[in-house]
Write a new protein. Structure first.
Lengths: 445, 292
C-alpha cells in the first residue's frame, strides 16, 4: 500500500512533467549518420563528425538520491575535461542525464525520451536494478549500446538475450564470495548472521556467501526498503548469538543497523557490502543524532567492507589526484566524493570503449570492440572486466578493507573471481598507471 | 526469551506512534466525520519544520513545540481554506480533497526540504536500559514517546468528556444544523477539531522521526498502520485508537521478528479485513448503529 501510494503520486508528477516536456517540443532531430564517414555498417545514430550524444538515468530525487545523485556530476565533469582536451577522435561528448527518482515507471519514460527524442548513441551507467531492469529489453530491441550499468545485479550478463547490455561494477555474487572467503579464513569460529535487502541484492549475495560460510550461518534476516523499523530483525540476530553480521544493504540501512545495535547493546563485527558502506555518507547520517549519543562515525570504526575504485579521501593515490584536478577544473564546486569518482571512472571507461571502437564508431562496432578487447581495458578500477562475446559481466574483483576513522586500510590485496564455483585468486597486475591528463589511449593500439 | 521481550518492546514503541497517529484520525472523525488522508503528509511537513529548528537551535524540545504550533495552524488553515469549500454533507468530496492534499504536500516537502534521507535527533538517549546485566530494547527516548502519547490520550478524553468545548465539538460533528440552532458556533468547532487533530498528528510525526531517518514519504507506513489501528480500535474511540495502535505495533513486530519482514503489509491487511468482517465498528466503539 505504502508503495503504491507513492508510485501513484510519482506517476502523477511524471505525467505532468512529460506533458510539459512534450509541450516544449524537443523536436530537433540530430542529423544522424551524416558523420559516420563512409563505413555504413551498423547504426550511427547520435554521432556526428564532431559530437557523440550519450544518455543516462539516475535518481536525482527520492530515497535513492543521497550519494547516487552525485554520480552523473562526476561523469559530466570528466566528459567536460575530455572535451576540453580535444574530445574523442575529435568528437565532443554531449552527456544528457535524466531523473528517474529510482522509479521504474519513470525510468521507462526518461529512457524513451533519451532514445527516441534525444537520439542518443548509447546509454551509459544507468543506475539501479529495478529501474534499469525496466528498460533493458527496450534498449536491446532498439539496438542501443547499454554500457556499464550501475548495479551489481547478475541480470546484465545475458549476452544471448541482451547483446547490447554490459555490467560494470563487481556483481553482488563476486563481492559476496570475496568477503565471505575472507570471513571464513579470518573468523573461522564466528557465528555468522546475514542482514539482506529482500530483493536480488540479497539473493545474489546470499548465494555467494553460502559458498564459503554455509556451516557458520546461524541467522538470516531481511528488510524491506522503506520500512525503517528493523528492531525485530536485529533482536533475532542477537537472539541467534550471531557475533559477525554481513550486511548487503543500502547506506541508510547501515546507519539504522548501527543505531538499533546501540539500542540493544548488540555489537557484532559488521561486514557491509560496498554499496552500503560509504563512510562519509553513513557517517553524515549517524553523526547528527541526539546530543553526542552517537558521535561522528565512531560506530563505523572497525567495520569490514570492500573497494574497487580509488577513494576520494586518499590523495596519495595518483588516480584520486587526477580526478581531483578534473573535479577542480569542471566540477560544480562541491567536494570530490567516492560517488563522483565512480561517475568519473565510468566516463573514463566510456571514452576508452569509444576509442577501441575506432575512428568511425557504430553502435554494433562499439559492442564488438568491448567484447573483443574488454578484458584488457585498464583504468582506475582494481580488477579487470570479464567482457567477452559470451560474458558481459563487469569487474572481477575487489579488495577487502577495514574502516579506520574517516578512511580505510586494506586487509587483503585485490582479489578476483567470477560467478559460480570460479576460484578466488590474488590479482597480480598492480594498479594501472594514470595516462597523461587522465585520458585513456586506444587500448587496442 | 530476551528476543521476545525486545521484540515486544520494539513493537510497543512503534505502536505508541501508531496510536498517536490513530488518535489524530479519531479526532478529525469525531469533529468533522471526515477521514483525513493528508494527515501523514501534514505531519511530515511539520516534522521538517521542526528539523530546521532543531538544527538551528540544537534543542529537540523547541523543535517539538514549533512542530505542534505549526500543526495547529496548518490544520486550521486546511479546514478553513480547503475542506470547508467542499461544503457540508459532501464527506466523500472532502476525503478526496484530503487525498489531493496528501500528494501536493508531499511534493511540496520534497521541493522545499529536498528528497534525501536526513537524520532527526532524539530527545534523549538511544541506548537501551540495562536490567540485571541484560540490555533491553527500551530507551529513554521511547519512554518520552510513550509518555507523550499517554498525555495526549488523557487530554483528549478530558476534553471530549468533561468540557463544554468538547461537547460542542461532538454536537457539531453529530448534527451541524441542530447544533447551530442550539447556539453552537459550528464552523469554529470544525476548525478547532482539524487544528487539534493536526497538532496530534504533528506529535506523531516528530515522535516517529526522532532517532531515525526522515524523507518526504517517511510517514507512509505510519499512515497505513495508523489507519488500521484506528479502525481496529473504532474510529470513534480515543482509547480504542491507543489500544489499536499498540496492538498493531506488537503484531507487526512479532510478524517481522518471527515470520518475515516481507509479510508485514500483508499482516496489516489481514488485521484490517478481520476487524471489518468480525466487528466493523471497531473493538471499542459504543455507538454501533449511529451512522447509517
Amino acid at each position: 500500500m505504502r508503495r503504491s501510494r507513492r508510485v501513484r503520486a510519482l506517476v502523477a508528477l511524471a505525467l505532468g512533467a512529460v506533458l510539459a516536456l512534450a509541450g516544449c517540443g524537443a523536436g530537433g532531430r540530430p542529423d544522424s549518420g551524416s558523420g559516420g564517414g563512409g563505413q555504413s555498417e551498423g547504426s550511427t545514430v547520435g554521432i556526428t563528425a564532431d559530437s557523440i550524444k550519450v544518455g543516462s538515468h539516475f535518481p536525482l530525487t527520492g530515497v535513492a538520491a543521497p550519494g547516487y545523485s552525485e554520480i552523473p556530476t562526476g561523469t559530466k565533469a570528466y566528459f567536460d575535461w575530455v572535451n576540453a582536451h580535444g574530445g574523442v577522435n575529435g568528437r565532443k561528448i554531449d552527456y544528457v542525464f535524466r531523473d528517474d527518482a529510482y522509479n521504474p515507471t519513470q525510468t521507462s519514460q526518461v529512457v524513451n525520451e533519451l532514445v527516441l527524442q534525444d537520439q542518443v548513441f548509447a546509454i551509459l551507467g544507468g543506475l539501479g536494478t529495478p529501474t534499469h531492469g525496466a528498460v533493458v529489453d527496450f534498449l536491446n530491441t532498439e539496438g542501443v549500446p547499454d554500457l556499464f550499468v550501475s548495479s551489481g545485479s547478475l541480470l546484465w550478463d545475458q549476452p544471448q538475450k541482451h547483446p547490447m547490455t554490459f555490467g560494470w561494477q563487481p556483481d553482488y555474487e563476486v563481492e559476496a564470495k570475496i568477503l565471505a572467503d575472507h570471513v571464513a579464513k579470518t573468523f573461522p569460529q564466528a557465528r555468522v548472521g546475514l542482514f539482506l535487502q529482500n530483493d536480488d541484492v540479497g539473493t545474489d549475495a546470499e548465494r555467494g556467501i553460502r559458498r564459503y560460510l554455509d556451516k557458520q550461518i546461524v541467522a538470516v534476516e531481511r528488510y524491506t526498503p522503506g520500512n525503517t523499523d528493523i528492531g525485530p530483525q536485529m533482536s533475532a540476530l542477537q537472539a541467534a548469538n550471531a557475533d559477525l553480521v554481513i550486511g548487503f544493504n543500502v547506506p541508510s540501512y547501515t546507519a539504522l543497523t548501527q543505531l538499533q545495535g546501540q539500542k540493544l547493546n548488540y555489537k557484532p563485527q559488521w561486514v557491509y557490502s560496498n554499496i552500503g558502506a560509504d563512510p562519509v555518507l553513513v557517517g553524515s547520517l549517524l553523526g547528527r543524532f541526539s546530543q553526542g549519543q552517537v558521535t561522528d562515525n565512531a560506530l563505523l570504526n572497525g567495520i569490514i567492507t570492500d573497494e574497487y575504485l580509488p577513494r576520494a579521501d586518499n590523495p596519495a593515490d595518483p588516480w584520486t589526484a587526477q580526478f581531483d584536478a578534473i573535479w577542480k577544473a569542471h566540477g560544480d564546486g562541491g567536494a570530490l566524493s567516492n560517488f563522483r569518482i565512480f561517475g568519473m571512472s565510468q566516463g573514463y571507461a566510456f571514452v576508452q570503449a569509444m576509442l577501441a571502437a575506432g575512428p568511425n564508431p557504430t553502435r554494433q562496432g562499439l559492442v564488438e570492440a568491448i567484447e573483443k578487447g574488454g578484458t584488457q581495458f585498464q583504468g582506475p578500477w582494481a580488477a579487470p572486466y570479464r567482457f567477452t562475446a559470451d560474458k558481459h559481466s563487469g569487474m572481477s574483483g575487489v579488495k577487502v578493507v577495514q574502516v579506520t576513522g574517516q578512511t580505510t586500510k586494506a586487509l587483503t590485496p585485490v582479489r578476483t573471481t567470477s560467478n559460480g564455483d570460479a576460484p578466488i585468486q590474488d590479482e597480480t597486475a598492480g594498479e594501472t598507471p594514470v595516462p597523461p591528463n587522465g585520458i585513456p589511449t586506444n587500448p587496442g593500439a | 526469551m530476551l528476543q521476545f521481550v525486545n521484540t515486544l518492546l520494539t513493537g510497543l514503541g512503534q505502536g505508541a506512534v501508531y496510536a498517536a497517529f490513530a488518535l489524530a484520525l479519531v479526532l478529525i472523525w469525531r469533529a468533522t466525520r471526515v477521514v483525513n488522508f493528508a494527515q501523514g503528509a501534514m505531519a511530515a511537513f511539520t516534522t521538517y519544520l521542526a528539523l530546521l529548528v532543531v538544527e538551528s537551535t540544537g534543542s529537540w524540545w523547541v523543535g517539538l513545540l514549533v512542530a505542534l504550533a505549526c500543526g495547529l495552524v496548518l490544520g486550521a488553515g486546511v479546514e478553513r481554506v480547503v475542506v470547508r469549500r467542499v461544503g457540508p454533507h459532501n464527506e466523500l468530496g472532502a476525503v478526496i480533497v484530503t487525498l489531493g492534499l496528501f500528494v501536493a504536500l508531499q511534493a511540496l516537502a520534497s521541493i522545499l526540504f529536498g528528497a534525501q534521507f536526513r537524520s532527526f535527533p532524539a530527545p534523549a538517549g538511544l541506548e537501551g536500559f540495562s536490567v540485571g546485566g541484560v540490555t533491553v530494547a527500551l530507551t529513554p527516548s521511547m519512554l518520552i514517546t510513550i509518555g507523550a502519547v499517554a498525555v495526549v490520550l488523557l487530554g483528549l478524553v478530558a476534553l471530549f468528556r468533561f468540557t463544554d468545548v468538547g461537547l460542542r465539538m461532538r454536537a457539531s460533528a453529530f448534527d451541524g444544523e441542530v447544533a447551530r440552532l442550539l447556539g453552537v458556533p459550528v464552523g469554529r468547532m470544525l476548525t478547532l477539531g482539524w487544528a487539534l487533530a493536526a497538532l496530534v498528528g504533528s506529535l506523531a510525526g516528530v515522535l516517529i522521526a526522532s532517532g531515525s531517518l526522515v524523507w518526504p514519504a517517511y510517514m507512509d507506513t505510519v499512515i497505513v498502520n495508523g489507519f488500521v489501528a484506528a479502525v481496529l480500535g473504532g474510529l470513534d474511540s480515543p482509547g480504542g485508537a491507543v489500544v489499536g495502535g499498540l496492538a498493531m505495533g506488537v503484531i507487526l513486530a512479532l510478524v517481522t521478528g518471527y515470520v518475515g519482514a516481507d509479510l508485514v503489509p500483508l499482516a496489516a491487511l489481514a488485521v484490517l479485513v478481520a476487524v471489518l468482517l468480525v466487528r466493523p465498528q471497531g473493538l471499542f466503539a459504543r455507538t454501533a448503529a449511529r451512522r447509517v
